[in-house]
Design a protein around this ligand. Sequence first.
Ligand SMILES: NC(=O)c1ccc[n+]([C@@H]2O[C@H](COP(=O)([O-])OP(=O)(O)OC[C@H]3O[C@@H](n4cnc5c(N)ncnc54)[C@H](OP(=O)(O)O)[C@@H]3O)[C@@H](O)[C@H]2O)c1
Length: 289
Amino acid sequence: MNNILVAGGKGQLGSELRDLAPNHPNYNFFFTDRSQLDITNHVVVDAFVSENKIDTIINCTAYTAVDKAETEPELADAINHLAVANIAQIAKDKNIKLIHISTDYVFDGTNHKPYVETDVPNPQSVYGQTKLDGELALQKINPINSIIIRTSWVYSKYGNNFVKTMLRLAETKDEISVVEDQIGCPTNAADLAKSILSVLPQINNKSVEIFHYSNEGQCSWHDFAVAIYEIKGMSIKVNAIESSQYPTPAKRPTYSLLNKMKIKDHYSLEIPPWRDTLKKVLKLNLFKK
Ligand SMILES: NC(=O)c1ccc[n+]([C@@H]2O[C@H](COP(=O)([O-])OP(=O)(O)OC[C@H]3O[C@@H](n4cnc5c(N)ncnc54)[C@H](OP(=O)(O)O)[C@@H]3O)[C@@H](O)[C@H]2O)c1
């Protein structure tokens, strides 16, 4: 039996993994939230892993409030960096697999072609910096059979995300403005969860490997909003604005498209285009605002 700890089991990605668990009867999943397993508590995590004979940790925890992180850098660092170092040490000491999730926000956005794993990170925000520090700590400790998956613009029927915000706004507004000068690609957390479970049995590496994952294609946040309303048949005017017209505490990369070639080749993955998967999930009417 493979005992898999999904830490952050109530977040977007953790919840999508939970939905897939019944399709994998060969795995014995442990989904934990902050109240059951505070990822920043090394002693508690170490004991949980030992007591439950965990073979694999999928770390879905994160401090993901990008703007709030600017005023809570220590908390963001504790979760996105120091806790990752702890988990990496536990994985190394106990010789277990580790899948850690990171972000496109480790990049500064000055690229003009999709970021590959070897491109040099240069985060522009506290969130991006703490996520990068987590990556670096994991790479330094270097447990075998560990991978980092950087992803972008995650949405799900669970949690809070851009899709839900757009649906909520459409209930009360006839017109909204959305930035058009930040280019990237949405990631349906359900697709990422499925890919993680497909990658898991194939992981076999001596040094930490980084992979990039999002849905296929590219868009701006404005394109993303328009697509949501088109699919749902909602009539709302979506004005395209510049980032300078929508100032936020944290600076976002203007371009953060991820090149997915490495993960697709390495693990024989097929990744759906963002618009197709968005249409599929929105048609199911599972998004509660
Ligand atoms: N969301 C995005 O757009 C996005 C984009 C790029 C990359 N990513 C990365 O993708 C991964 C998954 O993101 P997500 O969107 O699923 O995140 P999410 O929905 O915010 O979930 C993160 C989970 O981590 C939990 N958590 C935070 N601190 C914890 C602690 N000390 N101990 C235990 N659990 C803790 C949170 O619990 P509480 O609710 O109790 O805080 C939450 O359930 C993260 O690594 C994130 O950095 C996300």
